[in-house]
Design a protein around this ligand. Structure first.
Ligand SMILES: [Fe+2]
Ligand SMILES: [Fe+2]
Length: 327
């Protein structure tokens, strides 16, 4: 029987190409956009006029849409949790600024602009109870969250592949909707965030693809495990003052489904896309356990599809502390 290579060895093997990986999927700091490129310039004479315009167009944004934008902003701002969690993955050594820790720092630095941009936009929009939003952000970082990957790099890369794709979908949709509401500026903002997420998704997907070549059975088992647990979004752990854990997420998720920003169907589509991209149906050299794992994941999208067709999105009235009175 052929023994699987050790995960640390696999991580070291992949990290040999770190320069290429960073060059292919990330953009040099001096070339990439910054939040200020899209926001009113506070050092300009036109600042107050620009803010006035921004606030005018923000008046048109519907309640559900604002809820989604705020939830997206909060989950982006919980970045310290994602970074510290990735730094604790087996095969990452944060004492040395090389290999995987270099990737994680460079990735985090790109991600950090997302929450920053959305937060400043929402602040200037005048539509938000900023303090309540800030409380939820602090809660999310303070509480931490368990996404079921442990310190396993295989499970982590599956999670991040999925999550980057999910955020690409949701930011892309908020961009499209903003355009429909006549808000070109916001549409651009969400659009540039979405394109970052797509690059990141491509990176994480490529890590999984490489591991499938060198350690197929173990990667397949990790994939089955993550799919059985379901990929939970960090938004699941959103909290508002005085509200039971879980309730805020469920209303947030209903709002996202109602306006079509992120739906159960998207979850299934992302999963199917990943199975295709990774050519899961044709991965060679699997052991018996790997074969069993593959059978499970290959049958999953159709199973979820049958369940999804029975789910109806409720139209429950709920007032988020982040916005206040619905209207
Ligand atoms: Fe992001
Ligand atoms: Fe991301």
């Amino acid at each position: 029987m052929q023994l699987s290579p050790n995960r640390i060895e696999v991580m070291q093997f992949l990290a040999k190409n770190m320069d290429d990986i960073i060059d292919s999927y990330l953009t040099p700091v001096d070339k990439i956009w910054q939040p200020t490129d899209f926001l009113p310039d506070s050092s300009s004479e036109n600042f107050f006029d620009d803010v006035k315009n921004l606030r005018e167009t923000a008046k048109e944004l519907p309640y559900d849409y604002l809820v989604v934008l705020i939830g997206d902003c909060i989950t982006e701002e919980a970045l310290p949790t994602y970074e510290s969690w990735l730094m604790s993955v087996d095969g990452v050594n944060q004492e040395k600024n090389e290999g995987w820790s270099r990737w994680i720092r460079a990735w985090t630095a790109e991600e950090n602009r997302h929450g920053d941009l959305l937060n400043k936009y929402l602040y200037l929009s005048g539509r938000i109870n900023m303090r309540a939003m800030e409380v939820s952000t602090q809660y999310l970082i303070h509480d931490g969250f368990d996404i079921g990957t442990g310190s396993d790099p295989y499970r982590n890369f599956i999670y991040t592949s999925f999550q980057e794709l999910a955020t690409n979908v949701s930011h892309r949709r908020t961009a499209t909707l903003a355009k429909e509401y006549g808000n070109k500026l916001l549409s651009k903002m969400c659009g540039v965030i979405a394109s970052d997420e797509l690059r990141h998704a491509k990176a994480y997907k490529s890590f999984v693809a490489r591991i499938l070549e060198v350690d197929p059975s173990e990667m397949m088992v990790a994939l089955e495990d993550m799919m059985r647990k379901k990929i939970v979004m960090p938004a699941l752990f959103l909290r508002e003052t005085g509200i039971k854990m879980g309730e805020t997420f469920s209303h947030f998720s209903d709002a996202a489904q109602r306006i079509g920003v992120y739906t159960t169907q998207d979850y299934i589509d992302i999963m199917e896309g990943l199975l295709e991209d990774w050519k899961i149906g044709n991965v060679p050299n699997l052991n018996a356990q790997g074969e069993k794992a593959r059978d499970y994941v290959m049958a999953l999208p159709a199973r979820l599809q049958r369940i999804a067709e029975r789910i109806k999105v409720p139209n429950l009235p709920y007032e988020f502390s982040w916005i206040g009175v619905k209207g």
